[in-house]
Design a protein around this ligand. Structure first.
Ligand code: 9MR
Length: 485
């Protein structure tokens, strides 16, 4: 697993969190407040946010808290105005997997089932984040234990919502505020797994579901030239160059004003071959100033074909995480604010979006520069000829539960380096693999064959690599054979 380039240099931004970003954003732009002069297209203007967004092939979503779903006005406003939803807290690691491999789906399912029954889209938020972790994830875990916990979490949660969630925030807020371009936030993930944890999470997510959009999501990456934005940009570029699966970037967009280069920022990410989603929009302020800031956000998104949709971080100011800033589109009594009208008008004036499905999107950007590959690239030397050499494989059970289990397979090179490997085994009693990562699987009856991915085929003499899978049935550790060409 290799890290993305962490180049030095770049402006330092002493930011420490979303709230700091708000202050910076509010100070940063004076803005010429222009009158709303949207040109409506020939077709009739839609009268709700979701319907207006849908005219250009986009969605307009909101964060929903299950705890408020007993409020009928809240649910009625959600149903009427929005065609996408993000669970505000219910899908986070702590709430959804409070004890290891024991999942509490109830609150998240409540939101998802309601959304599905209304034909709404669902954004999954979030699989790997340093905050709101369960207490069983702690510093006493070994790296391999944390890795298998992370992979299992990603796999189980994604499997549960397969076909219902269209995009996942696979990794949330991994970059540091301030520091050199590319600096990651210090977290249990960087401490135990290194910077490669982001790549590992995305690969596990793709293995779990090939048909869902995989997003990297963060705050303070709204300004095109900020160091934090550049770090994320470099990571996405590197992932595309090396074929690490990534389909979208989420700009949280908690601010008081969009930066003046916000549209340029959306466009620069889109040019890397990913969708951009505005994922947690809220804009502090009131009246025409707030309305104008909202309008500029919607116009920036709708000007870029691959800006696929917008989610606001709640419906009503009274239940916003920053309610003091009155940052949402409905006031505390669910009345539409001026900002609501400017958003609706801007959506109605939008030009169409283009957002290819994950499988249709190329895994490599044609313009990607191979020099973006990090020094730890697995194929060490292009001039090296394949060496003969044996390998061995050992299957270990990592986790098991009623009717299923998770295994890790270690592939070890013998006295010579290995360039490509194939591992085979036979299930003893009807087991079947449900998802496999870091390898390519082909199965015929009870016989399983797994070959290396492009990135883990080369193993130095005496070194090893691992792949993993989850399977149905009783945990088993059959003897596996390993061959290399
Ligand atoms: O809005 C969420 C709030 O209810 C939680 O208390 C908080 C916990 O960290 O998370 C809030 O949502 C955050 C989101 O998940 C990630 N980006 C920042 C959001 C606002 O803090």
């Amino acid at each position: 697993m290799s890290d993305f380039p962490l180049s030095a240099g770049g402006a330092r931004r002493p930011l420490s969190g979303p709230r700091r970003a708000l202050a910076a954003g509010a100070l940063g732009v004076l803005g010429v407040v222009t009158a709303l002069a949207t040109t409506l297209p020939a077709n009739a203007a839609a009268s709700t946010l979701g319907a207006a967004a849908a005219q250009s092939g986009r969605y307009f979503g909101t964060a929903i808290a299950a705890g408020h779903m007993n409020d009928s006005t809240y649910v009625a406003t959600w149903d009427r105005e929005f065609n996408s939803v993000t669970a505000e807290n219910e899908m986070k690691w702590g709430p959804i997997e409070p004890s290891r491999n024991s999942f509490n789906w109830g609150s998240a399912d409540q939101i998802v089932n309601h959304a599905v029954s209304k034909g709404m889209k669902v954004r999954g938020h979030t699989l790997v984040w340093h905050a709101q972790l369960p207490s069983w994830i702690n510093s006493s875990m070994s790296a391999s234990d944390l890795r298998s916990a992370m992979t299992n979490h990603i796999t189980q949660v994604m499997n549960h919502y397969k076909g219902k969630v269209f995009a996942w925030d696979v990794v949330n807020e991994a970059f540091a505020d301030g520091g050199a371009v590319g600096t990651l936030r210090d977290s249990i993930f960087t401490q135990k797994l290194g910077n490669g944890f982001i790549e590992e999470a995305f690969r596990a997510a793709r293995a779990a579901d090939p048909n869902v959009k995989l997003c990297y999501n963060d705050y303070n990456i709204d300004n095109a030239t900020a160091a934090k934005t550049q770090g994320v940009y470099n990571m996405v570029k590197d992932f595309k160059a090396r074929g690490v699966p990534i389909d979208c970037v989420g700009l949280q967009s908690h601010f008081g004003n969009p930066p003046s280069n916000y549209q340029q920022n959306i466009a620069q990410f889109a040019a890397l071959g990913v969708d951009v989603q505005i994922t947690e929009l809220d804009v502090g302020g009131s009246g025409s100033t707030q309305a104008d800031a909202y309008r500029r956000v919607v116009q920036a998104c709708t000007a870029v074909p691959r800006c696929a949709g917008i989610t606001v971080w709640g419906i009503t100011d009274k239940w916003s995480w920053r309610s003091g800033d009155t940052p949402l589109l409905f006031d505390g009594n669910f009345n539409k604010k001026q900002a609501y009208t400017s958003v609706l008008d801007a959506l109605n004036a939008a030009t169409p979006s283009t957002s290819p499905s994950p499988s249709a999107s190329p895994s490599r950007s044609p313009s990607a520069s191979p020099s973006a590959s990090p020094s730890a690239s697995p194929s060490a030397s292009p001039t090296r000829s394949p060496l003969p050499g044996g390998c061995s494989a050992t299957i270990k059970t990592i986790n098991s539960w009623g009717g299923g289990f998770q295994s890790e397979v270690t592939v070890q090179a013998g006295s010579s380096a290995v360039n490509g490997w194939t591992v085979k085994w036979t299930w003893p009693s009807g087991q079947s693999i449900s998802s496999l990562w870091n390898g390519r699987q082909s199965t015929s009856g009870s016989s399983v064959t797994v070959t290396n991915e492009t990135y883990n085929g080369s193993i130095a003499a005496g070194a090893s690599t691992t792949f993993g899978f989850t399977a149905n049935g009783n945990a088993a550790t059959p003897t596996a054979t390993c061959t290399s060409p």
